[in-house]
Design a protein around this ligand. Structure first.
Ligand code: ATP
Length: 368
């Protein structure tokens, strides 16, 4: 067993920007880390470098504290489960799972004993004699996981392990993955592009952007205290509203998105934003902290706008509004309809501020 560490790992493929651009990451033993980021940000490359399927251009990969540069993939004690589960379709489940153990020179009775434990854990006893070509996506996924577990890896690398499952199965399969990982006490990295899955399953969540891990933290911390504007906009549903404006002194300190969209800088941000007076910044506010109501109901400092669109999310209605050149989403009262003029009020204690730019750093966070 052991943890996983990456120190300043770089990897480039010819003709593309660096797939890994100085990745630093520490995953302690037995942790389940979810790694999330947009398509092409380097998630799969990172797993492949850990597994030994790619050699980094520079930097170090340590497993259980041991540097892996000269250790081949099959001696790293790492199992990787791919989205497109790599199973032999004409072989039975039993033979698929036994294959790597036979290759490793394990005897028949030891293999039987090993498989018995794994299939019981995964509840796939009934599938052992079936060929994998005829299994459902969910069943194949379990078998692929079983195959990985059977080699008793010290690290489990999961590349979009739930992506091929029916959406209705995904939640339960994710919870099952976590139970198995805890039972085995294995260190795991689970790659996904689905931020809700990442927040729900990870002990900690790592957020990747453009070849770098930009934040690692407990799910709540990443959600409530995003380190930069990219993380703020990427993590959470609905997406955080990000509104650009200027910090001005207008009596007190104000944020001005446009002539008609101003607000007083709340106390939690006043000291940090004082240094930004005269500069442009980005205000971040979660949709749930914005209230869209019939005109005259939203209270002091509310912005006036027009409802462009409404959508129902199951636990409420979200209104997209245009307000003086700004587009903003918020929770709408039931009486609000498209085309209505409305008041848009924010819970000022919960707004965040970021420096400008796609990766603008957090200046101040709202109170959770
Ligand atoms: P996705 O979520 O779409 O699977 P990802 O975050 O896993 O994406 P990677 O597959 O790691 O991203 O790719 C990162 C970058 O490296 C991309 O620009 C990709 O095109 C490039 N890349 C990855 N593997 C190779 C390769 N073998 N040859 C050339 N370029 C590659």
């Amino acid at each position: 067993m052991g943890g996983i560490s990456l120190i300043n790992v770089r990897k480039s493929f010819a003709g593309t920007p660096a797939a890994l651009d100085g990745v630093c990451l520490d995953v302690p033993e037995c942790e389940y880390l979810t790694l999330v980021g947009p398509s092409g940000c380097g998630k799969t490359s990172l797993l492949r470098v850990i597994a030994g399927l790619e050699t980094p251009d520079s930097g170090e990969v340590l497993l259980g504290g041991k540097e892996m540069r000269t250790v081949p993939a099959n001696e790293r004690g790492v199992a990787m489960v791919f989205q497109a589960a790599a199973l032999y379709p004409h072989l039975s489940v039993r033979d698929n799972m036994a294959f790597p153990l036979k290759l490793a020179g394990m005897g028949a009775s030891a293999i039987e004993e090993r498989l018995r434990q794994v299939v019981l854990t995964l509840g796939i006893e009934g599938l052992l004699e079936r060929t994998t070509g005829g299994l459902s996506g969910g069943e194949r996924q379990r078998v692929a996981l079983g195959k990985a577990m059977a080699i008793e890896p010290r690290c489990l690398l999961l590349d979009e392990p739930l992506a091929s499952l029916d959406p209705s199965l995904r939640e339960a399969a994710g919870a099952e993955l976590r139970r198995i990982q805890r039972r085995l006490g294995v260190t795991a990295i689970h790659v996904t592009h689905d931020h809700a899955e990442a927040l729900a399953l990870g002990d900690r969540v790592g957020v990747m952007h453009a070849g770098r891990v930009v934040q690692v933290g407990r799910p709540r911390e990443v959600y409530e205290r995003p380190v930069n504007r990219f993380v703020a906009g990427f993590v959470g549903t609905p997406r955080m509203n990000l509104i650009e404006g200027e910090i001005v002194r207008n009596g007190g300190l104000c944020f001005r998105a446009s002539e008609r969209c101003m607000l007083e800088v709340p106390p939690h941000a006043a000291v940090r934003l004082g240094e930004h007076a005269g500069r442009r910044v980005t205000l971040g506010v979660r949709c749930g902290d914005v209230r869209v109501s019939g005109k005259g109901h939203a209270g002091d400092g509310a912005w006036e706008g027009v409802v462009e669109d409404l959508r129902w999310t199951g636990d409420g209605v979200i209104a997209t509004c245009a307000a003086g050149g700004v587009r903003i989403e918020g929770r709408a009262g039931e009486q609000v309809a498209p085309g209505d003029r409305v008041s848009i009020g924010m819970d000022l204690a919960r707004v965040h501020f970021f420096e400008m730019g796609a990766e603008g750093r957090a200046i101040a966070h709202g109170v959770a």
